[in-house]
Design a protein around this ligand. Structure first.
Ligand code: NAI
Ligand code: MG
Length: 358
């Protein structure tokens, strides 16, 4: 199979994890006789430095001409004092909007061999396997107005949480479709006791549910959901929620698996051009030290092979290789709890070796 992959490493450890993920993809290429063409693009702080724009037009073009996009992470202290429109994170919001990547899938799956890396008790974590479906192109992060304002003679600030019915419907349909391939349970998370946007969200969820009689729909308030994720994460199959809630809940949920460095994600559009990225950021605190956990990025590449290219066997092979290496006791620093650990590169070599043995 011949495929073009747009690579947007971005900043900080984004670059480190994408570099090694490409190595893993090259191993897949060889092993399964595919041809992957890699096209690099600038995004984030690096793009600002080189072009003055966190998402240059050429990058969007590179993505549009590719079969899938693989992104590292953006941001860092260097650009922290930049005005909002010149922040690296703007590049991320912009690419989601440009490619209409409205559905962010974040699978949370516990590895048996990592039960001791989670701060939760093993009996809570064992068997956890759910997906957070986060709405990605609407809500608070995109609502207008978002500005400083004055009220009663005092400075304030306003952000707007706005969703159209159609935007809510399409994300709920994605969640129900996904649930049909899984345990057929959808938990829709909102704050319907306070927010009007959540009330509309609930109404639409009920309407969509009627079209999926086999799927059980449960509504849960977001504060309760935050608690339930820790107290009984095993109850969930598919969680669907708006942009901000999904952002917060998925970072929280990452700890179930042991580290943010374990969580992959897929951002899906209706055009068929999807983007894959680790959930974590550019981690300036560990940048350049060859200690970042590359597994989130490598598992994101596996999601790409499955969802964008239909390469189920290859995706499964990567996931099994990761499982095997973790099972053999290898840990990156974030998982090692102060014990011995391997570098980003060594972890990747182990995964490549497990793939080659497959
Ligand atoms: P972060 O996700 O970069 O890091 C949070 C903590 O987790 C840090 O202690 C970091 O060392 C650790 N960590 C993250 N990924 C890891 C990995 N693969 N292996 C080992 N440890 C890992 O979030 P933070 O520190 O809040 O943000 C840093 C920068 O990244 C900011 O500029 C932020 O805006 C940006 N960011 C970018 C995202 C993206 O590009 N998708 C997502 C989240 C944050
Ligand atoms: Mg986040």
């Amino acid at each position: 199979m011949k495929k073009t992959i747009a690579l947007l490493p971005g900043d900080g450890i984004g670059r480190e994890v994408i570099e090694v993920t490409v190595d893993v993809l090259k191993t897949i290429e060889e092993h399964y006789h595919h041809q992957f063409q890699f096209q690099y693009g600038l995004i984030g702080g690096d793009a600002i430095d080189q072009t003055g724009n966190p998402l240059p037009k050429e990058t969007i073009e590179t993505c549009r001409q590719a079969d899938a996009v693989l992104l590292g992470a953006v941001g860092g202290p260097k650009w922290e004092s930049n005005p909002v429109f010149l922040r690296p994170e703007r590049g991320l919001l912009a690419i989601r909007k440009e490619l209409d990547l409205f559905a962010n899938l974040r699978p949370i799956k516990a590895f048996d061999s990592l039960l001791d890396s989670s701060p939760l008790k093993p009996e809570y974590v064992r068997g956890v396997d759910f997906v957070i479906v986060r709405e990605l192109t609407g809500g608070l992060y995109f609502g207008k107005p978002s500005e400083r304002t004055t009220q009663d003679g005092e400075e304030g600030a306003v952000d707007t949480l706005f969703y159209k019915r159609s935007e809510i419907k399409r994300i709920l349909v994605s969640a129900f479709e996904l649930a049909m391939t899984r345990k057929k349970q959808v938990t829709s998370v909102d704050k319907a006791n306070v927010l009007e946007s959540s009330r509309l969200w609930r109404e639409v969820a009920e309407e969509v549910a009627k079209e999926y009689p086999e799927v059980t729909l449960k509504h849960m308030l977001v504060d309760n959901a935050a608690m339930q994720l820790i107290s009984s994460p095993n109850q969930f199959d598919v969680i669907v929620t708006e942009n901000l809630f999904g952002d917060i809940l998925s970072d929280e949920a990452s700890m179930i698996t042991g580290s943010l460095g374990m969580l992959p994600s897929a951002s899906l559009s209706s055009s068929g051009l999807h983007l894959y990225e680790p959930v974590h950021g550019s981690a300036p605190d560990i940048e350049g030290k060859n200690v970042a956990n590359p597994i989130a990025a490598i598992l994101s590449a596996a999601m790409m092979l499955r969802h964008s290219f239909g390469l189920e066997e290859e995706a499964g092979a990567i996931e099994n290789a990761v499982k095997h290496v973790l099972g053999s006791g290898k840990r990156t620093a974030d998982l090692a709890k102060g014990g011995p650990y391997v570098s980003t590169k060594l972890m990747t070599e182990e995964i490549k070796a497990a793939l080659a043995d497959d």
